[in-house]
Design a protein around this ligand. Structure first.
Ligand SMILES: [Zn+2]
Ligand SMILES: [Zn+2]
Length: 271
């Protein structure tokens, strides 16, 4: 019995658990779904909901504001592509501060339950948990971020293979993930930068610790204060890879230095 239930969990055969929520982490029926959406208490993957501004939706909103028909909504494909890559870089860099990213996927879907979704999978649950705690409720490009743990850890099950082959006939309203493609070379660059950053922070932490220890050895009367500072340092360093306190807050307002950012005109940094 138990084995049978495990086998059908999250499949069409499963009359209790919603297969869409199980596989894709999003279901068009949302809270009105007749089957259960089992929300994980922990996961390696977080979902940042509706944070990417889909160019088609943005164009429609613009047309509506200007009193034109939605059919007249025009998307500047080249600008949309540039904006998307900047968006991707922003999120890759920001999320990498919490740990190593195994995947970062932005949905191209247009359905209300999936539009603008961003999935980030970390190598450790603890990193995902840190990211969720710090990102949830912050703003990006004027949007308040709503972040939750996602049951999706295997994107092969979640993604639409037809979209990957450019043959999905359901278009933007497909219920499987249409993952926006990102050039592999950009991902490699971002991974390398994130790795460098992690190494630099680790070296800084080590150096700081060494300095504290030297001072403790020298100073006679200062033992008590030095000791407690070291204590704090140890606690801060042990809890996450971001290091003690300062790392987290500094990350909020760091200006970007990448050369591509010349094209950015919205000042869309996280706040
Ligand atoms: Zn459902
Ligand atoms: Zn599709």
């Amino acid at each position: 019995m138990a084995r049978h239930l495990a086998r059908i969990h999250g499949t069409e055969e499963d009359k209790v658990n919603c297969p869409f929520y199980f596989k894709i982490g999003a279901c068009r029926h949302a809270d009105r779904c007749s089957r259960i959406h089992h929300r994980p208490a922990f996961s390696q993957t977080i979902l940042i909901k509706h944070v990417y501004r889909h160019p088609v939706r943005e164009a429609e909103l613009r047309a509506a504001r200007e009193g034109r028909s939605v059919d007249g909504a025009i998307v500047d494909e080249e600008k949309a592509r540039e904006d998307f890559l900047s968006f991707f870089e922003d999120f890759f860099e920001e999320l990498s501060k919490f740990g190593r990213l195994e995947a970062l996927h932005v949905c191209d879907n247009l359905g209300d339950h999936m539009i603008g979704h961003v999935y980030a999978k970390f190598s450790e649950e603890e990193e995902a948990s840190d990211a969720l705690n710090l990102m949830n409720g912050r703003y990006y490009d004027g949007r308040r971020m709503e972040v939750e743990f996602s049951p999706v850890t295997d994107f092969r099950e979640a993604r639409c293979r037809d979209f990957d082959e450019d043959t999905c006939r359901r278009g933007g309203f497909c219920n499987f993930m249409h993952i926006k493609p990102v050039p592999m070379c950009l991902i490699r660059d971002l991974e390398d930068e994130a790795e460098d950053e992690r190494r630099r922070e680790e070296a800084e932490r080590t150096e700081r610790r060494r300095r504290e220890e030297r001072r403790d050895h020298r100073g006679g009367g200062d033992h008590r204060r030095g000791g407690s500072r070291r204590e704090r340092e140890r606690k801060g360093g042990g809890s996450s890879r971001r290091g003690g306190g300062g790392g987290g807050s500094r990350s909020m307002s760091r200006s970007r230095s990448r050369s591509r950012s010349g094209s950015r005109d919205r000042g869309s940094g996280m706040g």
